[in-house]
Design a protein around this ligand. Sequence first.
Ligand code: PAF
Length: 280
Amino acid sequence: MQIITSITDMQSHADSLRKAGKRIGFVPTMGFLHEGHLSLMRRARQENDVVAASIFVNPTQFGPKEDLDRYPRDAEGDRKKCESTGVDILFTPAAAEMYSERPSVFVNVEGISDILEGAIRPGHFRGVATVVAKLFNIVKPCKAYFGQKDFQQCAVIKRMVAGLNLDVEVIVLPTVREADGLAMSSRNSYLDTEQRRKSACLYRALTAGEELIKNGVREPETIKQKMRAVLVQEKGIEVDYVEVADPDRLTPLETAEGRMVLLVAARLGSTRLIDNLLIL
Ligand code: PAF
């Protein structure tokens, strides 16, 4: 596995691969890799000639009071995981090269970036869209892989790709879960034992909502009340939102019919957890 840190080195390597007719599959990450990331890398391995992954804890997607400074890191462990999953190129740029001291160019996907997570984390999706656009221009992939766990992020990125006519196919793969249903996330490492036990209630809330829908309940308010009730059964859970939404626009549905996504966001102590369930 080749480790590349410089942007121009990555770009010229990507150029020569593309000239040689190689298809690059790309998995952008912020590191502290888990099975969710590895499942993306494995799929990229199956579908492309060359697999590139990036590890970059992107400062522009963190709010001023968020966890940028304490975001978990494990450079050596991540390197080994990438290597054993068949990654060919690991791109690990420095923040100082990715951004000038006062970055002034951003990608803003309007509307969808301002609701749900975007309403609670203003500027978050501007940071995500900006760094993903930059990474696409640096790594030059044919296909890029993202986890469904960050459902709104995937929707923002798909819209950005369509809106800017980027020549990249965005592939979203299912959420990988722990045995009790908790969606894998690097931030789960913040949870203490008791919080970790309680955190499974997000998935329980989603499946309780799904069950109502399967039983013919069509009133989103009833479904949301049930999901909330499951969440607050665990003491110490603070619910940020529960939603029954259109899976493309992420706007609330008036009737729970057809394709939809159930979304939850909650806090346990200082840790925010999000999850979702797509109902087709
Ligand atoms: O999902 C993540 O890890 C990040 O938001 C991403 C897509 C790598 C952009 O920094």
